[in-house]
Design a protein around this ligand. Structure first.
Ligand code: HEM
Length: 480
């Protein structure tokens, strides 16, 4: 009888929704900090009832819901703005559907772990360019890291060499800015008055229309221009590439070709500000923590020596370098709130009811600074990974910066290898210090970060020089 009673559906009034603030002002800037504060007050689950939003600051809860119950928590919310922008073409905005599955298969074919070594030549070349540019014009750190992340993708996918003055670069930046806005603030007027989408662009409140148009144009250009160049190169016999070969395999249904082009532009957008953020964060940290830099350099000198550059084959022999990488991804996740997951069924967790359609925000930033998991969580301490019982070489799934479950970042193996290689090359060949002013005083670096969807260091200056003549010669000899 007790068993049957316990199985009886609970009356509605007994089902408890998780606690949370009542009609709060939703923060726009540094939202992850506010959400962390709410977590301290309300616990692992913070529920905003009026919006059906659940925020979690706990990695255990994120894994329980988004990974172990991925069947329920793998949908996306597609806002009006995203639909107008053609969001159905961008994998991260697609609903959990047959279309998403077909599309994801294509990404996996290219970006799965076992296929990633095909990108190594492009990554070696572009990391070399990055190293040289950092020494040549250290005052342009942010620009160098951005061009690095963009040019790796173009070289890897299309076999193209995209430089600073290529018109594709600003197009990419514009598309990324609108993409970031869609995912963070969206266009609130449009969300409130959806009928505005039928009004002409000069109508008050319709400023979003111009941005939507720009996004569409730039997204198309990002997919089509490099695609055409790559296919042309293949036809002329002047070069092959992943994308051109894929296009050849799929010659036939135009829908397949469009899907390949969309994968190209999506990958470019998804890789650009994220990879850049991680590399820039690492450079900032090395400038601020010279002792960590020295330890990383010492490990490379000891294991590899000074007569060659690091390679991917060395990775497993460099636990301290790995720990620097893991700690960078922990302290400064490029997408601090990840991308929202949405539930497709009513669910019950830890005695709480999570209603169907709930938007789940994983606060990766707060999870990575959880004092119950990490001691002195706001400090950069690579030793926490080095000295952990499992060591630093654990599964990539432990890097929460890449998200969770079925919607986890599809480009994570590529991102992981690009960022790691940049770290290894910089440690092997460069010295970073605080820059000095004309009077010889160190220029202070506030170490601030941007506050919206993509989080990256605010522009800063470091003094960047080759460690010595040997390092300079090594870079020049490899570049030739
Ligand atoms: C350091 C670099 C990167 C970081 C930190 C990062 C982070 C993320 C995060 C947090 C998500 C959302 C995961 C979730 O919903 O739980 C995501 C999704 C995604 N990422 Fe990345 N990413 C990076 C690089 C890349 C690269 C190089 C690509 C290239 C293909 C890429 C493509 C994507 C795509 C297509 C999605 C959407 C997946 C889906 O919704 O099914 N990302 N990424």
């Amino acid at each position: 009888l007790l068993y049957l009673l316990s199985r009886r559906p609970q009356p509605k009034s007994a089902i408890t929704l998780p606690p949370g603030p009542k009609t709060p002002d939703f923060p726009v800037l540094d939202a992850w900090i506010k959400f962390q504060e709410w977590g301290r007050k309300y616990g692992d689950l913070v529920y905003i009832r009026e919006k059906n939003i659940l925020i979690t600051n706990s990695s255990r809860t994120a894994v329980d819901l988004l990974e172990k119950r991925a069947r329920i928590y793998s949908n996306r919310e597609v806002p009006w703005t995203a639909i107008l922008c053609g969001g159905e073409r961008v994998l991260s905005m697609q609903e959990h559907s047959a279309k998403w599955r077909t599309n994801k298969k294509l990404y996996n074919q290219i970006f799965r772990q076992s296929a990633i070594s095909r990108f190594y030549p492009a990554q070696y070349k572009k990391v070399l360019d990055l190293t040289r540019s950092l020494v040549a014009t250290p005052e342009q750190i942010m620009q160098h890291t951005l061009i690095f992340s963009q040019s790796v993708m173009y070289a890897a996918l299309y076999g193209l060499d995209i430089g600073y003055d290529d018109p594709l670069s600003p197009k990419g930046k514009k598309a990324i800015d609108v993409f970031g806005q869609i995912f963070s603030t969206g266009f609130p007027t449009l969300e409130r008055f959806p009928w505005l989408r039928f009004m002409p662009s000069f109508f008050p409140g319709c400023g979003f229309k111009q941005k939507v148009l720009e996004f569409r144009e730039n997204f198309d250009a990002l997919g089509t221009i490099p695609f055409d160049r790559a296919v042309n190169n293949l036809k002329l016999g002047t070069g092959t590439s992943v994308i051109a070969e894929l296009a050849l395999e799929n010659e036939g249904p135009p829908a397949d070709i469009e899907m390949i082009k969309d994968m190209g532009s999506t990958s470019f957008i998804a890789a650009s500000d994220t990879t850049m953020s991680s590399v820039a964060s690492f450079l900032l940290i090395m400038t601020l923590y010279p002792d960590v830099q020295a330890k990383g350099q010492a490990e490379i000198d000891r294991v590899i020596g000074r007569t060659r550059l690091p390679t991917f084959e060395d990775r497993k022999s460099l636990p301290y370098v790995e720990s620097i990488y893991r700690e960078t991804m922990r302290l400064h996740p490029p997408v601090p709130l990840g991308v929202n997951h949405v539930s497709t069924e009513d669910d019950y967790y830890n005695g709480y009811h999570i209603p169907k359609g709930c938007v789940v925000i994983p606060n990766i930033w707060a999870m990575n600074r959880d004092p119950n998991v990490y001691s002195e969580p706001n400090k950069f301490i690579p030793e926490r990974f080095l000295d952990a019982p499992s060591g630093p070489f654990t599964s990539i799934n432990d890097i929460y910066a890449y998200g969770f479950g079925r919607r986890v970042c599809v480009g994570r193996y590529m991102a992981d290898s690009s960022v790691w290689l940049a770290i290894a090359y910089v440690l092997a060949t460069l010295d970073l210090r605080k820059a000095k002013d004309n009077e010889g005083n160190e220029i202070d670096i506030p170490g601030d970060f941007t506050k919206t969807f993509f989080c990256q260091p605010m522009p800063f200056t470091s003094s960047i020089v080759f460690r010595d003549a040997q390092a300079r010669d090594l870079i020049s000899a490899t570049a030739e």
